[in-house]
Structure formats: structure tokens, C-alpha cells
Design a binder for this molecule. Structure first.
Ligand SMILES: Nc1ncnc2c1ncn2[C@@H]1O[C@H](COP(=O)(O)OP(=O)(O)OP(=O)(O)O)[C@@H](O)[C@H]1O
Ligand SMILES: [Mg+2]
Length: 241
């Protein structure tokens, strides 16, 4: 499939405040942001500058203030609640700083949740999730409950859940923060394999300079605004023998 004509995400003068009256704090102060298809888009910046807030708005989990927001060529805030939920479920995948795994389900069942929600038969969904967990280096832990997994393993289960239904836009908040170098590299390789497809887009919020070489674009955020955008030629993938 060829790349859609519009960017995957576009915001203009986007704002967001928390609290009322004198207590109100403006966290996004007019964000002009674009993320393209076919590349890994990184969003970086100091703690508290508004990265998770921006990602949550793009994900439709938080209401924007003023300004303009387009996601995959749509303005989801104009949809009704049901259409918005369907848009999120079918076309987006996300991994947030808290993983929100369901404690009574195994790793493979957790990762399969998005497919089951989309109507796939449970056995088939769990089988697909298992294959993805294997790619993420977690094949041996697919039947474990979250409480028996390390933080980094839980993070990879959350990532599998975000990718398994092949959404067009994947949003990741610090996907490698809890991972050692080898697991982090696997995660980014996988995200890049997703992102290089011309009809797919991936946005990664990160502080992890071990993975900067993989970026196609890096947007720098400070104090609620994008202050710099760099396009780059990402490092070539490692060829495996
Ligand atoms: N629900 C909320 N109510 C009030 N303030 C909030 C809320 N969510 C975020 N904030 C504030 O908004 C600012 C930006 O938060 P955000 O989580 O977007 O930062 P961040 O760039 O993701 O930081 P980090 O790198 O530490 O994750 C912070 O000052 C935070 O305290
Ligand atoms: Mg954050």
C-alpha cells in the first residue's frame, strides 16, 4: 500500500491545561507537531514537558483544549463516543508508562486482548499473540501471569498487545525504559519493522539514547511546545546471518 497523502498525526496550536481557575496549569502551550508514515517518529524532551499529555490526546484518552488535531486523516474529537472507541480499538495501538495488564490473564492472553476485542476467535488470537511474544524474546513466558513477570517482560507483553492487531498508528511511551540493551534492541527493531511500512506510523516517546540511531525523525519538546524537529537517515537494520 502506498503512503497516505496526509501525515499520520498533525496538530496545530494544540493546548491543554489541568485544573481550574488560579490552580490551572497550561501543560501544552500551542503544539505544532507532525508525524509521518513509513518511519519511526521520536518525541523527546525533559521530564514534565508534556510528552505523555500529547500522546494521550493523540490516543483519544484525553480531551484536547484549543487548536487542531488530525489523526490518520480524521478529526476523532468530532466522532461520537462509539465511533471514537472503534477508531481507537481498530486503528491505534498504544503502550503507556503503566502497562495495565489484566492480572488474571496469562501473557499470551493479555497480548491477544486487542484481537479478541476485534472479534477474532480466542484460540487463534492467542496463537498469534504467542508468535509475537516469541519475536519479542518472551516465547518461554507466554503462559505466565503478569505477577510472575519482571517489569521489562510486562512491558513487552503490553507492546505485543499494542501491535498484534496491526494498527495503522502505534503510540509508545518509553517502550524500552525497563529493558536491558538486548531486549531494548529487539523492541526497537520490531517497532522499526512496523514503522517502515508506508501505510504505518509509529511514535515513540523516549529518553533512551541507546535507540536514537533508529529514528527517522526526532521532535524535541520543551515546556509544552515543539522546539526543534530533525529528519534523519535511520541506521540500516542489522542483517542476521
Ligand atoms: N491529570 C493531571 N492533572 C494535573 N497535572 C497533570 C496531569 N497530568 C499531567 N500533569 C502535569 O503536566 C505536566 C506534563 O506531564 P506529562 O506527563 O505530559 O510529562 P512528560 O513529558 O511525559 O514527563 P515524563 O518524561 O516524566 O514522563 C507535568 O507538570 C504534570 O505534573
Ligand atoms: Mg511521560
Amino acid at each position: 500500500m502506498s503512503a497516505p497523502a496526509t501525515p499520520a498525526v498533525r496538530t496545530q496550536a494544540l493546548t491543554r491545561s489541568f485544573g481550574d481557575g488560579d490552580e490551572s496549569v497550561q501543560v501544552l502551550r500551542g503544539v505544532d507537531y507532525q508525524a509521518g508514515f513509513g518511519a519511526l517518529n521520536y518525541l523527546v524532551g525533559p521530564s514534565g514537558c508534556g510528552k505523555t499529555t500529547l500522546l494521550s490526546i493523540v490516543a483519544g484518552l484525553l480531551e484536547p483544549g484549543d487548536g487542531d488535531l488530525e489523526v490518520l486523516g480524521e478529526r476523532p474529537q468530532r466522532f461520537g463516543a462509539r465511533a471514537r472507541a472503534a477508531f481507537r480499538r481498530e486503528r491505534l495501538g498504544f503502550v503507556f508508562q503503566q502497562y495495565h495488564l489484566l492480572p488474571a490473564l496469562t501473557a499470551a492472553e493479555n497480548a491477544a486482548v486487542t484481537l479478541i476485542a476485534a472479534g477474532m476467535a480466542r484460540t487463534r488470537a492467542v496463537e498469534r499473540a504467542r508468535a509475537l511474544l516469541h519475536e519479542l524474546g518472551l516465547g518461554g513466558r507466554a503462559d505466565a501471569l503478569p505477577k510472575h513477570l519482571s517489569g521489562g517482560q510486562q512491558q513487552r507483553v503490553a507492546l505485543a498487545r499494542a501491535l498484534v492487531h496491526e494498527p495503522q498508528l502505534v503510540l509508545c511511551d518509553e517502550p524500552t525504559a525497563a529493558l536491558d540493551a538486548e531486549s531494548g534492541r529487539r523492541v526497537v527493531e520490531l517497532l522499526r519493522a512496523v514503522a517502515v511500512r508506508p501505510d504505518r506510523a509509529v511514535i515513540v516517546v523516549t529518553h533512551d539514547n541507546r535507540i536514537f540511531d533508529f529514528a527517522g525523525r526526532i521532535d524535541h519538546m520543551e515546556d509544552g511546545r515543539i522546539v526543534k524537529s530533525e529528519s534523519r537517515m535511520p541506521a540500516a537494520p542489522e542483517t542476521s546471518a
